[in-house]
Write a new protein. Structure first.
Length: 311
């Protein structure tokens, strides 16, 4: 049975993907990209937690298969399209097929932008065929499986789930500081993102978004706290395990930012009919936008250069 969609959640996804589109233009939009960068990935994990349904009668493999159809089939489909496009364009048509031509396949299998963290002096960059954003799909898949296991172990007890989520957070911190490489399928990041999912689950069960919406003063205080802590933590990039100055602080910042996006989305649903419908539509189609926007950017750039608009 298909879940009934909640418009303000779709709008929140749209806000997240719009920030992704801005950030990936390679240009700075000042506070928009800085503060947007604090929540544009966490918001998707928080929403995943809010909409997560655990069914005790459902087996792990059935759940995993369902999530694979939703996340892994598109992941490999879009990535194989990009690989074939650039293989034909850059290697086959130029007659320069060699071992390096197939290196992007390793990147697709490893599903990580780089082998080492961002600050490494020398690095190996895997996802070079405009497929870097697709790391998120395998990370989300891994996070959902981990969260399902935590839900099964918690047996419906909220305190036990909180303790187990804390355990995965501690494990992710240990991996971040002790493991010299970024793990395939963002497993280290997935363990960390489970905390965002746990926050989302708790927010949904307590009706936090709806309750906060009726308290404008508390929304303002949340915004001030979010801005201050964001400035304190500094810029982040989850895809390469860059969490700013503190992993714990970023967990707070990402959760607060996601909460504010949902408050804005709920406001838009109630008072911005046309924008709400547009946001809802975009929110329902974030997956293809995420996977193909760099490719589309490249096509637009090529066309503009051909027309003499760009040098």
């Amino acid at each position: 049975m298909e879940k009934k969609r909640v418009l303000w959640l779709d709008i929140a996804k749209a806000v997240g993907i719009l920030v992704v589109l801005l950030v990936h233009t390679g240009k700075s939009f000042g506070p928009v990209t800085f503060f947007g960068g604090m929540f544009y990935m966490p918001v998707f994990f928080v929403i995943a937690g809010m909409t997560f349904t655990y069914r005790p009668e459902e087996s792990f493999w059935k759940f995993a298969t369902k999530k694979a159809r939703r996340l892994l089939v598109p992941y490999f489909g879009y990535n194989l399209f990009l690989f074939l496009f650039f293989f034909v364009k850059n290697d086959l048509l130029t007659g320069q097929v060699d071992r390096q031509s197939f290196f992007p396949l390793l990147g697709i299998l490893y599903s990580r932008n780089s082998l080492l963290p961002a600050e490494a002096a020398e690095n190996v960059y895997f996802m070079q065929i405009l497929n870097a954003p697709t790391w998120f799909l395998t990370a989300m898949f891994a996070s959902c499986l981990i969260f399902w296991l935590l839900m099964r172990a918690a047996k419906g007890e909220k305190k036990r789930l909180a303790v187990l989520s804390l355990g995965t957070l501690l494990l992710s911190v240990l991996l971040h500081y002790l493991c010299p490489v970024l793990l395939p399928w963002s497993l280290d990041c997935a363990l960390y993102a489970v905390s965002f999912m746990a926050f989302g689950k708790a927010a949904a069960e307590s009706g936090l978004v709806e309750k906060l919406y009726r308290k404008p003063v508390w929304i303002l205080l949340t915004a001030v706290l979010f801005a201050g802590l964001s400035w304190l933590n500094g810029s982040v990039n989850m895809s390469v395990a860059d969490y700013g100055r503190s992993m714990v602080l970023y967990l707070i910042v990402g959760s607060l930012g996601s909460l504010l996006v949902m408050e804005f989305s709920m406001f838009l649903e109630k008072h911005g009919k046309i924008l709400a419908r547009a946001g809802g539509f975009l929110g329902r189609h974030t997956l293809p936008v995420l996977c193909l926007h760099l490719f589309v950017y490249s096509l637009i750039g090529t066309l503009m250069r051909a027309l003499g608009i760009l040098g």
